[in-house]
Ligand binder design. Structure first.
Ligand code: BGC
Length: 832
């Protein structure tokens, strides 16, 4: 590592202009190089469910790993650290130095659009998983960016909202994961969020200097969320180091304005020097500073390689939460060697909208283009099951993206489209053959390899009908679009931001324009979509265009009836329901927690037709499951990455145990959940400490599935627990030892959870809070003992005097979930 004095020496060689230039990105994803300081360009990239790289398209695909909730559901820091290693390899393969992840905001409420991306409603679980993620990346020389600091727990008005949160909730809940990760894993970057907290926008908040750097001793870099830096002087005086994106001539408040502020004495040049030191320190850590250590070599596996697939499949299954099982799972392939009925199956009805199209990602900046996705249908087929499929109903609220087998390139060489870029003068400036129907350009409309300014985009494709009927063809985008089919104009429409709409929502899910198309079976037509690039109000920031194609389908009633009769004729029905990136996304919050469309009706009808129904829920965050108690099994699979279907087959067939436990409470209804809707620009966290299970406990509300819940394929008894002070190992904390026995017939893994509580406390507290956890593996009949170290901090609460321990006895309880704690013991700090 390069010493601080050397970094300062390098800074002292630079002029004020050179230094200030480094403080805003060079472009959308890169920092400026500065040869005089030995600094090469440092590349940043989202994160967190894969490393996108600088281009955002299917020609440069990324290993798509499980999203935040799925990783947290493993309750397995070791596995998450390994996933961080995989991300690091992806980063290196794509020339990325710093990944913009993990997202460690809390699930304050399941309505939050980015719940899927965050880990948990609990700060301790978030911290453990987040720290592991950071270690996994950074041990391979790739920087992590812990985001979004802080209280960026929902999306509505996210650029401007001021969160009002009291000191205790801020410290004990929202800052807690950042603090633990900074102290335990030493992240090299932190991202300051868009929102404000208690009156200060986070990019100029005193929390940066006083708490992050001051109290926690953070020595890394603070970057702004994209366009979150707003003021020249206040942000410069706060400890914001890097305004993103760049260049300063287009984005952000620094550049020349900051040079002037320093020259006029409004901002101390020493503060600028400190920022540049932190930029150089980051560069040195990722191997981007001459004279510093080079980044370690990493194997460059392709994202579709067997090695990556194996790792992703195991990671997905490790997060699946078996929330309910009346014994139907695991299923067994038919054959003489399988176990006795009822689990043996010959014909499986695979039903539901998410069975054919796997939803492996939420929406927004966390989106990557995977090399492939294995749908549940493909996965179960590949596992050798005799499978029949009925889609039932749609999980989309809008028409779907165009895809194979209907969407073809004009030369029919494969699925996709041809893009042609034209200048103002109508000259062809470049073209691309693409494999899909989604196209994104960020930071202005500048396709790779096109040197002249583009005024018009032309997208050509062939639409080929598989069955006769009415197709709906069109676009999702902003600005002017014209569609011609076989040379005849079908529409000329300008798609605008609807009045009062949240800009975030419109950017992430732009409006659609569709036209009906009658096609005979096998008929093909040529479609040309033309877009005036500068007609979008956000053209300077980014352009998202999606070809939309809805094939013919029956009415919901017809499709549900068909699905029910298929279920009735099969041994077992596997219904895959869920949400999509259209519902769970950055940029907006959910308005309802129900499954979109008529999926609940579908599930009810299938269960009625065949009680041997396993419901697989493919959502990033909790949804309401009003039929849950009637299903033979409910398996929660999250947005779990490209290997979804293969992992599902392994788990349903019992080759692998579903390893997950819930990282958040699943509510029965929407009653009593915190809102994401600000009033007059203010979002008041009036529930204080009481989010998730802390709120359910206080109110005496029964959840559908409690925090920590989930079972594998065996059973456990909790036999004994001892508690002892363990100053050496747990820095003044406590060592808990729990004995559990595998009482079932299969080997298994159990996540032993320890919760603290404080009966008769003089301060307001949750009834209990997670204090520690550890996993054990045991064979049938085996008793194992697991040691769990609880840091002293779990007994402290935030007060006017800082972190204090209330004198007296705490209760520690251990068990398989927050709602089942068969063992308990008490602990009291020994008087010194
Ligand atoms: C998101 C960040 C992301 C950044 C860059 C922002 O809109 O909030 O999480 O890292 O964009 O894509």
């Amino acid at each position: 590592m390069i010493a601080e004095e050397e970094l300062r020496r390098r800074v002292s060689r630079l002029s004020l202009e050179q230094k200030v230039r480094l403080l805003t990105g060079a472009d959308f994803w890169g920092l400026h190089a500065e040869p005089e300081a030995g600094l090469r360009r440092v590349v940043l990239s989202d994160g967190p469910a894969g490393v996108r790289g600088e281009s955002w398209d299917e020609r440069d695909s990324s290993a798509n790993m499980p999203s935040g909730t799925a990783l947290a559901a493993t309750w397995d820091p070791g596995r998450v650290e390994a996933a961080g290693g995989l991300l690091a390899r992806e980063a290196r393969r794509k020339g990325v130095d710093v990944v913009l992840a993990p997202t460690v905001n809390l699930h304050r409420t399941p309505y939050a659009g980015r719940c899927f991306e965050c880990f948990s409603e609990d700060p301790l679980l978030t911290a453990r998983i987040g720290a592991a993620y950071v270690r996994g990346l950074q041990r391979c020389g790739v920087g992590a960016t812990v985001k979004h600091f802080v209280a960026n727990d929902s999306e509505t008005q996210r650029m401007t909202v001021d969160v009002h949160v009291d000191d205790r909730a801020l410290r004990e809940l929202y800052l807690a994961p950042f603090e633990a990760i900074v102290r335990e894993a030493g992240p090299w970057a932190v991202m300051a969020s868009y929102n404000g907290v208690n009156g200060s926008p986070m990019t100029q908040s005193p929390l940066l200097r006083d708490v992050l750097h001051g109290e926690w001793g953070y020595d890394g870099l603070v970057m702004s969320d994209w366009t979150a830096a707003r003021s020249t002087e206040a942000a410069a005086r706060a400890d914001l180091d890097l305004a993103m994106p760049g260049p300063a001539s287009r984005y952000g408040p620094w550049g020349d304005a900051l040079v002037e502020a320093v020259t006029k004495g409004k901002v101390d040049e020493a503060l600028i020097d400190d920022k540049v030191v932190r930029i150089l320190r980051l560069a040195a850590r990722v191997g981007a500073l001459e004279g510093g250590p080079a980044a370690p070599e990493l194997p460059a596996d392709r994202p579709d390689s067997v090695a990556v697939a194996t790792e992703l499949r195991a990671a997905a299954a490790a997060g699946f939460v078996l929330a309910r099982n009346d014994g139907i799972l695991p299923l067994s392939r038919s054959g003489p060697s399988g176990p006795p009925a009822p689990s043996r199956v010959t014909q499986v009805a695979v039903i539901g909208p998410n069975a054919e199209v796997a939803r492996t990602l939420g929406g927004g900046s966390a989106t990557v283009f995977p090399p492939y996705t294995v749908s549940p249908l493909d996965g179960l087929r590949a596992a050798g099951l005799h499978v029949a499929h009925a889609p039932g109903v749609s999980s989309l609220q809008r028409a779907p993206q165009a895809r194979a087998p209907w969407l073809l390139r004009p030369d029919r060489s494969g699925p996709g489209a041809e893009l042609r870029f034209f200048t103002d003068a109508g000259e062809l400036a470049g073209s691309e053959l693409r494999d899909g129907g989604t196209f994104i350009w960020l930071g202005g409309f500048a396709p790779a390899g096109v040197t002249e300014p583009v005024a018009r985009l032309e997208i050509s494709c062939v639409i080929r009908a598989t069955v006769a009927g009415t197709y709906r063809l069109g676009v999702s985008g902003l600005g002017r679009y014209r569609l011609a089919v076989d040379g005849a104009e079908v529409f000329d429409a300008t798609l605008i931001v609807p009045e009062g709409a949240d800009p975030g929502e419109v950017l992430m899910a732009p409006p659609q324009q569709l036209a009906p198309l009658q096609l005979a079976a096998g008929q093909s037509v040529t479609a040309v979509l033309t877009h005036d690039v500068h007609s979008s109000p956000f053209a300077g920031f980014g352009t998202l265009v999606q070809l939309i194609l809805e094939p013919p389908h029956g009415t919901d009633d017809e499709e549900i009836a068909a699905a029910a009769s298929l279920a009735a004729a099969s041994d077992v029905a596997v219904v895959v329901v869920g949400t999509t990136a259209e519902v769970e996304s950055e940029g907006f919050d959910r308005r309802s927690l129900s499954l979109p469309g008529r999926q609940d009706d579908l599930v009810r009808r299938v269960i009625a037709a065949n009680p041997r129904t396993v419901v697989v829920v493919n959502s990033g965050a909790p949804v309401l499951l009003p039929w849950a108690q009637d299903a033979a099994a409910v398996l929660l699979c999250w947005f779990c990455g490209q290997e979804f279907g293969n992992a599902l087959a392994e788990v349903l067939l019992g080759d692998v145990e579903p390893g997950g436990r819930l990282p958040m409470t699943w509510p029965v209804s929407e009653d009593g959940l915190p809102s994401t809707q600000p009033a007059d620009g203010v979002l008041d966290y009036r529930e204080g400490l009481f989010i998730g299970y802390r709120a359910f406990d206080r109110d005496g509300r029964e959840p559908l599935f409690p925090f920590g819940h989930g079972t594998g394929y065996t059973s456990w008894s909790y036999d004994s627990m001892t508690v002892s002070d363990s100053p050496a190992q747990a820095r003044g904390g406590v060592a808990v030892c729990v004995q559990v026995r595998n009482t079932g017939r299969r080997p298994g893994r159990e996540v032993v959870q320890v919760y603290a509580s404080r009966p008769g406390s003089a301060v307001e507290r949750p009834a209990k809070w997670l204090a520690g956890f550890a996993a054990v593996n045991a064979d049938p009949g085996e008793t194992v003992e697991v040691g769990i170290l609880l840091p002293e901090r779990v007994f402290r609460h935030w007060s006017d005097a800082g972190w204090v321990i209330e004198p007296g006895a705490f209760t520690l309880s251990a068990g398989p979930s927050s709602a089942s704690l068969p063992l308990s013991s008490s602990w009291q700090r020994a008087v010194p």
